[in-house]
Design a protein around this ligand. Structure first.
Ligand SMILES: [Zn+2]
Length: 162
């Protein structure tokens, strides 16, 4: 599981959650302010902590290596995701398009017929692969938004290679 870690993303680096989900990684967003709760969840669910909070890095459980945490350094989300990819040697093409970007739920495959009345007609005409989030029921397809994000990811891969 070393290259398929699960994450808990602190609110101070919240944008990382969507990027990790786009790559197919389970990335829980933590919007509380209680460090102990963040740490307890990370331990209970085996999640790597991503944070800008230096106090968390000083905790015994982190310094001893029992709990993995990464102190995010850059301000820009692009630099931040590069840092995560590099430090954990993540596979950017792990399982793209498998996790809801909003809810962090695993998406379910849907047939064209199943989504017929739920996507715009032009999408139905041109797309054959659909996924649905069991939580928010958002339908995903490989449209222009997805392609734009994939392009961005490819650029990030370049940065991690260089
Ligand atoms: Zn969802």
């Amino acid at each position: 599981m070393i290259n398929h870690p699960k994450f808990i993303v602190d609110h101070n680096v919240g944008k990382l959650a969507k990027w990790l989900r786009l790559m197919g990684y389970d990335a829980l967003f933590f919007d509380g302010s209680n460090d102990s709760q963040l740490i307890a969840t990370a331990l209970a669910e085996g999640r790597v902590i991503l944070t800008r909070d230096t106090q968390i890095m000083k905790r015994g459980i982190v310094t001893s290596g029992r709990l993995k945490a990464i102190l995010i350094e850059g301000d820009k989300p692009e630099l931040q995701i590069c840092q995560v990819i590099e430090s954990l040697n993540l596979d950017c093409q792990f399982r793209p398009f498998t996790i809801c970007l909003e809810c962090n739920q695993a998406l379910l495959e849907r047939s064209k017929q199943q989504v017929k009345d739920r996507v715009p007609p032009y999408v139905f005409q041109t797309q054959n692969q659909y996924m649905e989030c069991p939580n928010c029921h958002r339908i995903y397809w490989r449209g222009t938004h997805w392609q734009a994000m994939t392009k961005k990811l490819e650029k990030l891969m370049d940065c991690s290679a260089g």
